[in-house]
Design a protein. Structure first.
Length: 96
């Protein structure tokens, strides 16, 4: 992976147990340098990797999205931001 996204507990549950896409509201932190389409690691608050996926945004865009709803982002930044950060179809869960 080119970078990592740290998820809050609710996002970890949604991604791992609910098999849902990762939304901006569930991201707590971002690290690394990556572009949209690159593989990233998804980590829980303890730093344990729970999944890997192809990200829909560049690393430099994600700090603007952290903790915000897709609806709010679309209103402020335009419809291109009303989408998931990592779609469930582009995500693989890791054992553990």
């Amino acid at each position: 992976p080119r970078g990592a996204l740290t998820l809050d507990d609710g996002a970890v549950r949604a991604v791992v147990e609910g098999r849902k896409s990762l939304l901006p509201a569930g991201i707590a932190a971002v690290e690394g340098e990556f572009a949209a389409g690159d593989p990233v690691e998804l980590r829980d608050a303890a730093g344990r990797a729970v999944a890997r996926g192809l990200v829909n945004f560049d690393a430099k865009e994600i700090p603007l999205l952290i903790g915000r709803s897709t609806r709010d982002l679309a209103k402020e930044l335009g419809p291109a931001y009303e989408r998931e950060v990592v779609h469930r179809d582009d995500l693989v869960l890791l054992p553990g």
